[in-house]
Design a protein around this ligand. Structure first.
Ligand code: PNS
Length: 198
């Protein structure tokens, strides 16, 4: 019989303690897309708890405030158990340490995401070896999807139905109705690092 089976062998002697796996899924979520939701769902099926951590300072001006981004996420994730939505600022690994999270989840859409994510994962590991970055592949259906492309299509009057949660469609149309023509869809080069738009 396997010594790892609960109630037997080493489990029975209390040698192995089940470790709570709390993961952090960080991002700008400006706004959340169905691609992000796909990753939240995958992460929630693997980890005991998932904190969706919304970055407060994201370089260039976001279209949505932190409260709006969190509100859209709360609504869109309401049906997924074990998921919390929080804001964070500063170093991601410090935030993970404070919240006793041992895993950072990142979504990969295509190979072109990899180089930038690889750099960040190695830097985060250098900052804290105890926190593991786990990459999850998005559904192929969403491999071209980004918040930036969604904003651009919406700004130019195209339909984003099926690409974002319903609440985001509402927020986008409200924002576009109330905004001046100078509202920017957001670009891909806010940090100067090589990356695909998010
Ligand atoms: O959705 P995004 O824009 O790809 O999210 C990027 C984010 C917020 C996950 C990333 O910029 C980040 O981790 N910021 C926190 C700052 C930090 O820890 N930097 C050092 C790691 S490279």
């Amino acid at each position: 019989m396997s010594p790892l089976r609960r109630g037997t062998g080493l489990w029975a002697e209390g040698v192995f303690q089940p470790v709570m796996k709390r993961a952090i899924y960080p991002g700008s979520f400006d706004p959340v897309t169905n691609g992000h939701l796909d990753i939240v769902q995958r992460a929630a099926s693997v980890f005991d708890e998932v904190i969706v951590a919304v970055a407060l300072n994201i370089g260039k001006d976001p279209m949505f405030t932190i409260e709006e981004r969190m509100e859209m996420l709360r609504d869109a994730c309401a049906h997924i158990p074990k998921v919390r939505i929080e804001a964070f600022t500063g170093l991601l690994v410090r935030y993970a340490e404070e919240h006793k999270a041992n895993v950072i989840v990142k979504g990969l859409r295509a190979l072109s995401d990899f180089e930038f994510e690889f750099e960040m994962a190695l830097m985060n590991r250098r900052l804290d070896e105890g926190i593991e970055t786990v990459f999850m592949m998005t559904n192929a259906e969403y491999s071209y999807l980004s918040s930036s492309i969604v904003k651009e299509v919406a700004l130019l009057g195209g339909s984003v139905e099926g690409l974002v949660p319903k609440i985001v469609e509402k927020y986008l149309s409200t924002k576009l109705r109330s905004s001046s023509p100078s509202v920017d869809a957001g670009g891909s080069s806010r940090s100067g690092l090589r990356r695909r738009p998010k």
